[in-house]
Design a protein around this ligand. Structure first.
Ligand code: NAI
Length: 246
């Protein structure tokens, strides 16, 4: 119970890594807000946490919309009275090589993966700074660190997330707020499973372990970074990649 009675928002918590993180946090004793644009997935994740005796509530959010994000924060404070942790996990891909990428593809990915993290991070930071404590965890990626074929937009956002993470660590440290990023390798979630089998095999081959990661591998890292065991860790990027170097 490393997160006993901590209040945590997980954006994109309806499925994939976010879902696994929400379930892990609930198991560790946290009160979890599942915030996702997909209502069906929100309901499913909340129900499954309840069935296992955890505490969770769900809300529809679009992380690119400030009004929607403010509602998510208000909902959390109304339900649970405080905000200890936010995992800025919501993210999308819209792949194309540089020569073929349309401006709409660039804008859409920047909006969710970069602006969304800024909007949610800022809204959460205001509450946490006032409280004098809090943890912000952001989803970067191995692709942000090394680049990846067909992912100009996505790589830019995931590198940008690292810049925000380190800036927030500097700005918010004295206010008792830690800020860290996680850079997963290739994890078997709906986002990755929609890729062609051939590409998935290539990804597996890039890891010395020869496998994809599981969502729980990332959830475990988020739980550690959110907990007091990580009280001296801020401004860091934790790579959880199975040793992948692109
Ligand atoms: P996923 O596609 O399975 O889940 C993403 C979730 O975000 C979905 O539930 C979706 O509804 C939600 N979402 C999308 N747009 C949203 C918006 N505007 N507002 C609110 N929610 C929104 O993705 P996955 O694989 O679980 O990835 C989670 C995070 O981890 C993403 O930021 C992704 O970039 C990052 N990541 C994933 C890796 C992987 O191999 N799966 C590797 C490295 C990073």
């Amino acid at each position: 119970m490393r997160l006993l009675d901590k209040v945590a928002i997980i954006t994109g918590g309806g499925r994939g890594i976010g879902e696994a993180t929400a379930k892990k946090f609930a198991k560790e004793g946290a009160k979890v807000v599942i915030a996702d644009i997909n209502n069906e997935d929100v309901k499913k994740t909340v129900n499954e946490i309840h069935e296992n005796g955890g505490v969770a509530a769900g809300i529809n959010v679009d992380v690119t919309n400030t009004e929607s994000v403010n509602k998510m924060i208000d909902f959390t404070l109304k339900n649970y009275g405080r905000l200890d942790i936010i995992v800025n996990n919501a993210g999308i891909t819209m792949d194309s090589t540089l020569l073929k990428m349309a401006e709409e593809q660039w804008d859409a990915v920047i909006d969710v993966n970069l602006k969304g993290v800024y909007i949610c991070g800022q809204a959460a930071a205001k509450v946490m700074a006032e409280q004098g404590s809090g943890v912000i965890l952001n989803a970067s990626s191995v692709v942000g660190l090394y680049g990846n074929f067909g992912q100009t937009n996505y790589a830019a956002t995931k590198w940008g997330v690292i810049g925000m993470t380190k800036t927030w660590a500097k700005e918010l440290g004295k206010k008792g707020v830690r800020s860290n990023a996680v850079a997963p390798g290739f994890i078997a979630t709906p986002m990755v499973k929609k890729m062609p089998e051939k590409v998935i095999d290539i990804m597996k081959g890039k890891s010395p372990l020869g496998i994809l990661g599981e969502p729980e591998d990332i959830a475990n890292a988020y739980a550690f970074l959110a907990s007091d065991e990580a009280k001296f860790i801020t401004g860091s990027v934790l790579e959880i990649t199975g040793g992948v170097v692109l």
